[in-house]
Design a protein around this ligand. Structure first.
Ligand code: FES
Length: 118
């Protein structure tokens, strides 16, 4: 059992690995999977397949408690200006401990890969 906190709203959820996957988006037990199962909206243009980058979140705490990013995720993040080591794709980052992330504003159009609006 671990806790995931979603900022800026501050929604905090207790996650049981026994219940994952919750839904059908992203990797089982991913930040996106957990978020959508608890009413936290995160943009997911590609449906959680890791190709669009719209689900990028900022990891405020607990980066070590997320699965390691693979080369495909790192490549996708590299294509979005403003990405740094504090960013992950919510659909690819599987939660393994207590984590706090800031989710992008759903009303703000996601930056396309290669844009300067990161
Ligand atoms: S939903 Fe498209 S990369 Fe995560």
């Amino acid at each position: 059992m671990h806790t995931v906190t979603f900022l800026p709203v501050g929604t905090r959820v207790e996650v049981s690995e026994d219940l994952c996957p919750y839904g059908q988006y992203g990797k089982a037990g991913s930040v996106l999977d957990i978020a959508l199962a608890h009413g936290v909206g995160i943009m997911r243009v590609c449906g959680g397949t890791g190709v669009c980058g719209s689900c990028r979140v900022t990891v405020e705490a607990g980066m070590e408690d997320l699965s390691e990013a693979d080369d495909d995720e790192l490549d996708r993040l590299d294509q979005i200006d403003g990405s740094g080591p504090q960013h992950r794709l919510a659909c690819q980052a599987v939660v393994m401990g207590d984590v706090t992330v800031t989710v992008p504003d759903l009303l703000k159009k996601p930056p396309p890969p290669g844009s300067s609006d990161g």
